[in-house]
Design a protein around this ligand. Structure first.
Ligand code: C2E
Ligand code: CA
Ligand code: CA
Length: 567
């Protein structure tokens, strides 16, 4: 607000308050005048025995006490006007000050919220989103002014070992120290960010050649050489550095970050501990690293497809729903498993587009099945980054409206680790979606942090036991005990339980013994395309549900059908 606006506001406030305060002053004057009239009448009555105009005039002329009384309204008027002006001005200034203070507090709060969503809480460095944003801006400005830039990805190689040995507090302290050393080693114009648990990024803007970035890498390695002190222990940290250069190695953020990842992979194998990207590296790196830049095109060109794996109610043998699982049919590499491309989409901003694609397709298929009278719930997997995207609830509302699905037909699968990362933000998004009617399931239960405190805070309907426990319950007593305990825990929390990885009838029977609610696994069906899924339903409908029991022709027929379609 500028000064002239502020003084206008203040003078308006003063006018309003003054007119209120003046009312009381006018009342004072009125009372004083009434007192004079009454006093004059009384004097005239007392002195002359009657009240007439003449007697009143005589009373006024001769009585000194009345003269003093006559002055009082003027004193009241002037004094009232004066003090009301002062009070009104003071009150106006007070309101103005408080408004300004409130305004500045709101602005501080806004700044703080912005800061939290774009920075790593531990180190206070920019987070991945802000880093990519800065890289994109730097590329745009380098483009227009013909400048060059480099990106360094620094991975702390032995971080997991340190974490496992020393625990979270000590490894957090080390990360803080690393962030300080990295900032010390780089120049003021470079942007240092924390882009993953143990990966940092440095954007070096405006350099003359990739050699400068190489020098910085050596400098960083030197800075990291001295041991880190935690709890009076000296801990040595080993880092690898991958370097890419713009415009030589790529023209956009995704390509550059992907290639920096490839260079990092080569750095891990090299004696130097750092590597500058070369196209020949692509041949020696895992498929997942080279495919990253192709994923965007795959989404746009519809090379992805969505498969559905049935979920069957264990007690009634009825079809309960299906989990939507993404598949990538690559023109040269063939079918690529989501275990390959989901983690790489998570490392870049691509996961947002991928999740959007999956949601659209899954909601559309779900609407079609419900239209056919099939009352099933479709489960969709959400990633960590989805749970930190404040646009997600609106995006889902938009897709739901355009496809005509009801929120209660959908189950959103989340993992414990995705919530543990900035839990307050994730919880806010989860609660919003839950209020909109979407159900939540905790996926891969047993493999993550398993914090019961968080489990209680989440608005969950379902818990999915990870397949690694379920697949082995026939051979490992330990796993059987864990599965049984998880089922009891979930039931005590009022959650329904799905067991994944049900591969044979023995497992199915044991789960039924344990009172597990829903089964998902190869024994019932592998993930199927929409057409295969429709055929599978027709197949299982050939037999009454009550006979859809392990070892009955139904399951065998389905299994035979399964093996036929998978060949
Ligand atoms: P998940 O969510 O735990 O999905 C279950 C995985 O177990 C699927 O692997 C499924 O094919 C496999 N599976 C099912 N039954 C059995 C069984 O009886 N035995 C064995 N050995 N495996 C079984 P898939 O489809 O390869 O997916 C792997 C992971 O990729 C998923 O694990 C999920 O975390 C992720 N994923 C898949 N699609 C999506 C997606 O659309 N979005 C996101 N964010 N993640 C996805
Ligand atoms: Ca899942
Ligand atoms: Ca799972």
């Amino acid at each position: 607000m500028d000064l002239s606006n502020a003084s206008n506001l203040l003078s308006n406030n003063v006018k309003i308050l003054k007119s209120e305060a003046s009312k009381t002053a006018y009342q004072g004057v009125l009372i004083a005048i009434s007192s004079i009239i009454i006093a004059t009448c009384l004097v005239s009555l007392y002195v002359s025995g009657s009240i007439s105009l003449e007697n009143l005039w005589a009373a006024q002329k001769t009585n000194v006490a009345l003269w003093i009384l006559d002055i009082i309204p003027f004193v009241f008027g002037i004094w009232g006007q004066y003090s009301s002006s002062i009070m009104a001005y003071q009150a106006g200034a007070l309101i103005f000050d408080q408004t300004q203070e409130l305004r500045s507090r709101t602005m501080d709060l806004e700044k703080h919220t912005n800061h939290v969503s774009t920075h790593d809480l531990l180190t206070d460095l920019p987070n991945r989103a802000l880093f990519y944003d800065r890289v994109a801006r730097a590329i745009a400005s380098a483009h227009s002014s013909n400048r060059q830039l480099s990106i360094l990805l620094i991975e702390i190689e032995n971080f997991k070992d340190v974490y496992d040995t020393l625990g979270r507090n000590s490894s957090d302290l080390i990360l803080k120290q690393i962030s300080i050393r990295l900032q010390g080693a780089s120049s003021e114009n470079d942007s240092v960010a924390k882009i993953d648990g143990n990966v940092f990024g440095i954007l070096v803007s405006n350099i003359l050649s990739v050699n400068e970035a190489e020098q910085l890498a050596k400098h960083i390695q030197k800075a990291m050489e001295a041991p880190f002190m935690v709890d009076r222990l000296q801990v040595g940290m080993h880092s690898n550095i991958g370097i890419v250069h713009f415009p030589t190695h790529g023209e956009d953020v995704d390509a550059l970050v992907q290639r920096a990842g490839v260079a990092l992979h080569m750095a891990q194998k090299s004696a130097k501990g750092y590597a500058i990207y070369e196209p020949s590296f692509d041949r020696h790196t895992p498929l997942r690293l080279t495919l990253m830049s192709e994923l965007r095109r795959a989404i746009e060109k519809n090379d992805l497809s969505l498969f559905y794996q049935p979920k069957v109610s264990i007690q009634t043998n009825e079809l309960y729903g299906a989990e939507a699982l993404a598949r990538w049919d690559h023109p040269t590499h063939g079918f690529i498993s989501p275990d390959e491309f989901i983690p790489m989409a998570e490392r870049t901003r691509m996961i947002k587009q991928l999740t959007q694609w999956v949601l659209k397709r899954a909601f559309k298929d779900c609407a079609a099945w419900h239209k056919q009278g099939l009352d099933i719930k479709i489960s969709v997997n959400l990633s960590t980054r989805d749970l930190h995207d404040p646009d997600l609830p609106d995006l889902i509302a938009g897709i739901a409206a355009s496809t005509g699905i009801q929120p209660e037909w959908i189950i959103l699968e989340i993992t414990e680790s995705s919530v543990m990362n900035e839990p307050e933000n994730a919880l806010a998004i989860i609660n919003r979606l839950h209020d909109m009617g979407y159900q939540f399931s905790i996926d891969d239960f047993g493999t993550g942090y398993s914090s019961l405190a968080y489990l209680k805070r989440l608005p969950l309907e379902e818990l999915k036991i990870d397949k690694s426990f379920v697949m082995d319950i026939m051979n490992s007593e330990n796993d059987a005990t864990i599965v049984k305990a998880i089922i009891n825990l979930a039931h005590n929390l009022g959650l329904s339980v799905t067991a994944e990885g049900v591969e044979n009838d023995a497992i199915m029977a044991k789960l039924r013994d344990y009172n597990c609610d829903i089964a998902q696994g190869y024994y019932l069906s592998k993930p199927l395309s929409v057409n295969e899924f429709n055929d599978w339903i027709k197949m299982s409908k050939l037999f009454p549900h009550s006979t859809l029991m392990p070892n009955t022709p139904t399951i065998d027929a389905v299994a035979k059908y399964q093996s036929e379609i998978s060949h």
